[in-house]
Design a protein around this ligand. Sequence first.
Ligand code: C2E
Ligand code: MG
Ligand code: MG
Ligand code: MG
Length: 286
Amino acid sequence: EAKKLGGDRAVLFNLEMNDRLVHRLEMKNHLRKAIDQEELTVFYQPIYHLESQQIVGCEALLRWDSSIYGSVSPATFIPLAEETGLIVAIGKYVLKEACRNWKSLQKVGYDHLFVSVNVSAIQFQSVTFIDEIKAILHEYAVPPNLFHLELTESTMLQNIDRAIETLGKLKQLGVKVAIDDFGTGYSSLSYLKNLPISTLKVDKSFVQSLESGSADLAIVQSVITVAQGLNLETVAEGVETLEQQLLLEELNCSLAQGYYVAKPMPLDALLEWLKAYEISRLTKNS
Ligand code: C2E
Ligand code: MG
Ligand code: MG
Ligand code: MG
């Protein structure tokens, strides 16, 4: 009897796997058309200086509003884009859009804000990557020091020597690079000292459970200490409460982003938000 049940379960499981595969295949086909059909947009989440509470930049985060599936999380579609190679075209779109939108920010006076763009391994490893970055920065006249890139540890470690070379070229251009989701990888700290990067982004999984005396507090504290020792800036992502913000400030974390201050939003909403934020910050301080 038990055997029979197990057997049925296996069949069911296979059917589910098959459904999943078909679903992913269909999704990939729709994703292929998403750029042309203008279903992809870039949202921006403000990044602020903890001590002064001033906005210093924003992270570009891709959104897919599909006519078939509705809004799809990047956690779902970025892996599909990577598997199909579509990430090359999609990545280029995000880089361009981020620069074009930076230009709009600059025109209304926000010319001191940086924009930070997430980059996939395939993009970063492409032999034309550096030339693409140069061309895009040139096209939109974005100062390289206000253009940041976010890479994960695994992206850099896939070919560490190549990565060091590419990072060196980016540094020469003046483009800052952050390690994203820091602390979630499997790598040791020893590689850090050899990487020409400028920032560590503390993964939100540690930030979300920050409490006095918690293990995550100890982890975040040590990441910040390591960063300071290596002369790197720290950004905490996923700050959702005032308590988390205050703890991060106490730990001397320099920058933060999270729902507590603002969620990712379209460019026009960001422009409105920046204006309102500045007014409320100035009235609070006066
Ligand atoms: P990420 O680069 O680590 O981005 C931070 C994620 O945390 C974003 O999720 C953001 O919306 C979310 N977040 C920010 N503050 C909070 C908070 O207070 N609470 C919570 N719960 N979440 C917060 P999102 O936009 O869904 O993006 C997920 C991931 O998809 C990104 O993680 C990044 O790895 C990837 N991604 C997004 N856009 C792009 C892109 O243009 N290119 C590439 N290659 N990857 C991208
Ligand atoms: Mg990121
Ligand atoms: Mg991150
Ligand atoms: Mg993350």
